[in-house]
Design a protein around this ligand. Sequence first.
Ligand SMILES: Cc1cc2nc3c(=O)[nH]c(=O)nc-3n(C[C@H](O)[C@H](O)[C@H](O)COP(=O)(O)OP(=O)(O)OC[C@H]3O[C@@H](n4cnc5c(N)ncnc54)[C@H](O)[C@@H]3O)c2cc1C
Length: 499
Amino acid sequence: MAAKHIIVIGGGPGGLAAGMLLQSKGFQVTVLEKQPYVGGRTSRIVRDGYVFDRGPTFLNMPHILEEAFQESRKNLHDYVTLKKIEPMYELVFNNMSFFPTTDKQEMYNRIKQQFPGDEEGYYAFMEGTKKRFDKLMPILQNTHGQWRDYLRLRTLKAVPQLALGKSLYDVLSDYFTDERLKLTFTFQSKYLGMSPWNCPGAFSILSYMEYEYGVFHPLGGMNQLSEAMARAIREDGGTIHTGTGVKRVIVENGRASGVELESGEEMQADEVIINADFAHAASTLFEQKDLKKWNQKKLDSMEYSCSTFMLYLGLDTTYDAPHHTIVFADDYKQNVEEITGTKLLSKDPSIYVQNGSVTDESLAPEGHSALYILVPVPNNLSGINWEDEKERFRDLALDILEKRTAFKGIREHIVTEMITTPKDWEESYFVYNGATFNLAHSLDQMMYFRPHNKFEDIENCWLVGGGTHPGSGLPTIIQSARITAGEIKRGERQGRKAE
Ligand SMILES: Cc1cc2nc3c(=O)[nH]c(=O)nc-3n(C[C@H](O)[C@H](O)[C@H](O)COP(=O)(O)OP(=O)(O)OC[C@H]3O[C@@H](n4cnc5c(N)ncnc54)[C@H](O)[C@@H]3O)c2cc1C
C-alpha cells in the first residue's frame, strides 16, 4: 500500500516537528514553506557576518524536544549542542539587579540576602507549583477536540492546586511580599504575550519550569532546532520546498484534498496540516463558505497576544553582560496594561536583551558581538503607525539600555542594524494582527476553546503550532505536533483495521 501523502503548510517548528514525527513513521511528508528558509519565527537572520535568532532565544524543557526526536528514532544531541545558561538571567529593577539560578540552595540564599523574609516562600512556591505542574501537564499533553475533554476540565476546576480562578499575580502574592520577587516569578507570562494580572494562575508553571529545568541555548541559536528537524525530515526521505507559498487549501465536499500553490500548481494530499499562523491561514487559505466555525466573524471576536518590537544589532565590541537581561519598566503594571489592555506605546517600556555572544562565539566575528533586543508592544489592533514611530522607539530602547545596563556607549559600536516592527511581523512574516504569540492564552481561548488539532471545519485537515492546543512557546508547539501526528497515526491504524 502506498504511503499516505501529508502536506504541511509552513516550515515553522510546529510544521517541522509534525513532519519529522510522521515521515519517520512511514508517511510521505511534503513541507511547503513560503519563505526562502525554514523555521518561521524560529529562523535565523544572517547579516554582515552576524547571526541572530529572529524570534525565540529561550529553550525551556528540552526533554519535550528530546522525546520528539526519540519518537522519530533520532537523538536530538546528534543534531544540536545545548548549553545551560547559569545564572538564568539578570533582572534589572529600578534600584537593583537580581540573578536567579536553578541551584535551589543558592537561589534561597540570594533571596534571603536581597529580599529577606521571602526566602521560605521560594521553597513553598517550588513545592506547591510542582503539584500544579504534575496535574496540568497531562491536560496540556492530551488532545482537546471533544466536549468530554471540556467536561473533564470542568471537573478539574474544582482542584484548588490548578488556581484556575486566580490571576498569576495573585497566586505569587501567596508566596512573596516583595513586588520585585513577585515579578521575578510572573514576568514569564510575557512568553504567552499576557499580563500577570490577567493570566490564569495555573501559568505559574512557566516560572516553575524555568527554575526546575533551567534555560538552554542551542549553539548557533534556537534556529538550529528548526534546521535539525528539517535535516531529520530529509534524512528520512521527506521533502521540503522553501520559497513555495500555498495560495489555498483545495476543499471538496468539506474535505481537504490538496493545495494550490501561489504558482498555480496543484498538489494532492491525503491529509493537510496547517502550520501557518492560524488566524492568518483561516482568513487567507479558505473560502469563507467552507468555514462554519472559524470564519472571519469568529476570528474578529478572538483576543490576540501582544507583539514585539525587535532590534538586531551587530557590534564591533563585546560587553561583559549576561546572556539574558530583562529590564523592568519602573511602573511595570502600567507598562503591561499599555501592551495588553489600552494598546498604547509605553514611554517607559520593559526591555529584553540577548547578548548571545558571551556563550556562543559562532554568532559574531572575533571581538564582535550580536545583540538582540526585544521590546513587548501592543499588537496591530492598536493602530500605531510604526513608520512614524520606529526610529524614535529604537532611540528610546537604546537610551534605556545605556542608562540602566552594562551596554554603555552602545550606539558607537553598531556596525549593522535591523528593525522588525509589529507591522513587519504581519506583512512580511504573515502573523495575524502582528500578534507574535498567536491567539491570547486566556482560559476561554485554551484547550477545548482553542482551535482544535483536528481542524473543526474541514475533514482531513489538521493544525500545529502556537495557534492550536496547547498554545505558543516552543515546548508547547512541539507538543502540538506530537498530538496532531499521534491523531493522524491513530486514524491511519484504524483505517487499516477497517479494510
Ligand atoms: C520575538 C519572539 C520571541 C519568542 N521567544 C520565544 C522563546 O524565547 N521561547 C519559546 O519557547 N518561544 C518563543 N516564541 C514563540 C514561538 O516559539 C515561536 O514563535 C515559534 O516559531 C512559533 O512556531 P509555529 O510553528 O507556531 O509558527 P511559525 O514559526 O510562525 O511558522 C509558521 C510558518 O508558516 C509559513 N507560512 C505562512 N503562510 C504560509 C503559506 N501560505 N504557505 C506556506 N507557508 C506559509 C511562515 O512563513 C512560517 O515559516 C517567540 C516568538 C517570537 C515572535
